[in-house]
Design a binder for this molecule. Structure first.
Ligand code: G1P
Length: 328
């Protein structure tokens, strides 16, 4: 693939002595800021069938907001107000959600229901949301590749909708690491050995910053024996735009799909001047998985119980329910 000029210029902005790329002082800060977020949302949602037969899984509610709204809010909190959703068939309701709903707004206005009116307008006012369709379900790497023309030659964030992260601090920190050091950045969280097969797993080396590591190896969904560590990629990434030419050449991997993890491994093996180096930011906060039924229900309960209006009603019921269940 032809490399266009801005990318060449950006490469030159790295200083000449790049060999010891673990030393961040040798990088000059990258001139292009991270302003765009890419949110893959083209999955078929098979784990939630039949609920997801006609409704995208991203629209399943976590209390009274669809899961995908939390993800967009996180991006916006990290100052990423340009959001590109990678969608597919049957995803129209996502577009409707982030659009105006004039009839509904008029009805709420007529009733003077300001609070609900605000909640209905909020998704539309949050960010500039763009859409591109993936066409074929060829994996996460392929979904990210669909963002190429929108993102161009800029670093960008990727947020996976199945993972809800309590605050935008993690994403902000990842962007800061990218700005300071260049390269790409993944969010890593330590998981139990029996869970590694659900994630992309990383071998890491420490840097001089306690929460930042250099990624030296990556394996998509390894068996516990194959896993290079218990550090799992949770669904947040900041990618150097050099990921695009790499993704173009990435063959199908695990599950016959083009894996983002495989492309990042290729990047990690490259020299820094070629957009290489992958860092990990170690995350020790709260992450919610909504990708399977049990985790989705846990997330729902957790979010509900953190809302005072619902907790007062739900907690006594839940205690009673658990004690009845225990005796049974
Ligand atoms: C994807 C990635 C995987 C990552 C995970 C995080 O897998 O391929 O590397 O660890 O997201 O949630 P998925 O859960 O979409 O199968």
């Amino acid at each position: 693939m032809a490399v266009w000029e801005p990318r060449e210029l950006r490469r030159l902005s790295y200083s000449a002595d790049m060999n010891a790329h673990t030393d961040q002082q040798r990088f000059r800060p990258d001139p292009s800021p991270v302003t765009k977020a890419v949110v893959p949302a083209a999955g078929l949602g098979t784990r939630f069938l039949p609920a997801t037969k006609a409704t995208p899984k991203e629209m399943l509610p976590i209390v009274d907001k669809p899961a995908i709204q939390y993800v967009v809010e996180e991006a916006v909190d990290a100052d990423l107000t340009d959001v590109l959703m990678i969608t597919g068939r049957n995803k129209r309701s996502i577009e409707d959600h982030f659009d105006r709903a004039h009839e509904l707004e008029e009805a709420l206005e007529a009733k003077g229901d300001e609070e609900r009116l605000r909640s209905v307008r909020e998704p539309n006012d949050l960010a500039q949301v763009h859409y591109v369709r993936q066409g074929q379900p060829r994996g996460l790497g392929h979904a990210v590749l669909c963002a190429e023309s929108h993102v161009g030659d800029n670093p960008f964030a990727v947020l996976l909708g199945d993972d809800l992260i309590e605050s935008a601090d993690l994403l902000r920190r990842m962007i800061e690491v990218r700005n300071d050091r260049g390269g790409s950045v993944v969010a890593l969280m330590e998981v139990d050995p029996e869970q590694v097969s659900l994630y992309g797993c990383a071998a890491v080396e420490p840097t001089e910053e306690e929460d930042v590591v250099t990624v030296t190896d990556l394996v998509e969904k390894p068996t516990p024996e194959q896993a290079p560590s218990r550090w799992a990629i949770i669904g947040r990434y900041v990618c150097d735009p050099e990921i695009f030419p790499v993704l173009h050449k990435t063959p199908p991997g695990r599950g016959g799909e083009i894996q983002l993890t495989d492309a990042l491994l290729e990047m990690a093996r490259r020299k820094p001047e070629d957009g290489g180096v992958v860092y990990g930011v170690l995350f020790r906060g709260r992450r919610y998985d909504t990708g399977n039924k049990a985790d989705y229900i846990r997330t729902l309960l957790d979010f509900a119980l953190r809302r005072p209006d619902l907790a007062d009603e739900l907690l006594p019921w839940l205690r009673d329910f658990v004690s009845r269940h225990d005796t049974r």
